[in-house]
Design a protein around this ligand. Structure first.
Ligand code: 5GP
Length: 186
C-alpha cells in the first residue's frame, strides 16, 4: 500500500501538540516529520528530535538550492520541511504527519495534491487566547504576534480538506484517526 502524507495545522495554543502526540502514540506506522527552523530551541528541545535548528544563512541557502518541500516565515522565524527527509521517511515505510502552519500547508497541497490537510480549530477564539497564555512559554510580544496570525490562519483553514474542533482531546484524536484511516484505505 502506498504511504501517505498528512498535514496538520492549527492556531498557536489550540492544543494541536497534545492531539498529535496522542495520535502518534496510538499509530505507530506514522512518523512526525522533523522540520528545520531558525528559531532558538526552547528549554528541553533537542536538535534533530524536535527540530533541526539551523542558522538563517543556512536556511536561505537551502531555499536557493530548492531543498524544501515547503517553507514559511512565522512570527519572525523560518520553518521548513526538507524534501529529502520526506523521501527518506517514505522509503522507510512510514505514513508522514507534518505539523506545520498554514502557508506551508497550502504549498504542500500545490506540490503534492494527494496530501490531505487537516486543520485543528479552537472551540472559540477566547478559549484559544487563554490556552496560549496558560502555556507560559512565550513573552507578551510573541503572544501578540501569534494572536495576529489567528485570523489569517482561520481564513486559510477554509482551503483545508477537514477542520477538526479541539473541544476534547480524545474526541479530536479519534476524529483524525477516522479521517486518515478512511484516506489510507481508499
Ligand atoms: P513553534 O515555534 O511553536 O514550534 O512553531 C510555530 C509554528 O510553526 C507552528 O504553527 C508550527 O506548526 C509551524 N511549523 C513547524 N515546523 C514547520 C515547517 O516545517 N513548516 C512550516 N510551514 N511551519 C512549521
Amino acid at each position: 500500500m502506498n504511504k501517505k502524507l498528512f498535514v496538520i495545522s492549527g492556531c498557536s495554543g489550540v492544543g494541536k501538540g497534545t492531539v498529535i502526540n496522542k495520535f502518534m502514540e496510538r499509530n505507530k506506522d506514522f512518523i512526525l516529520s522533523v522540520s528545520c527552523t531558525t528559531r532558538p530551541p526552547r528549554q528541553g528541545e533537542i536538535d534533530g528530535i524536535h527540530y533541526f535548528f539551523i542558522t538563517k544563512d543556512e536556511f536561505e541557502q537551502n531555499i536557493k538550492d530548492d531543498k524544501f518541500l515547503e517553507h514559511a516565515c512565522f512570527a519572525g522565524n523560518y520553518y521548513g520541511t526538507k524534501k529529502k527527509y520526506i523521501q527518506q521517511k517514505f522509503s522507510e515505510g512510514f505514513n508522514i504527519i507534518l505539523e506545520i502552519e498554514t502557508q506551508g500547508a497550502l504549498q504542500v497541497k500545490e506540490r503534492m495534491p494527494e496530501a490531505l490537510l487537516i486543520f485543528i480549530a479552537p472551540p472559540s477564539v477566547e478559549e484559544l487566547e487563554n490556552r496560549l497564555r496558560g502555556r507560559h512559554t512565550e513573552d507578551e510580544e510573541t503572544i501578540q504576534k501569534r494572536l495576529a496570525q489567528v485570523k489569517t490562519e482561520l481564513e486559510r483553514s477554509k482551503k483545508y480538506d477537514f477542520v477538526v474542533i479541539n473541544d476534547d482531546v480524545n474526541r479530536a484524536v479519534e476524529e483524525i484517526e477516522s479521517i486518515v484511516k478512511n484516506d489510507i484505505t481508499k
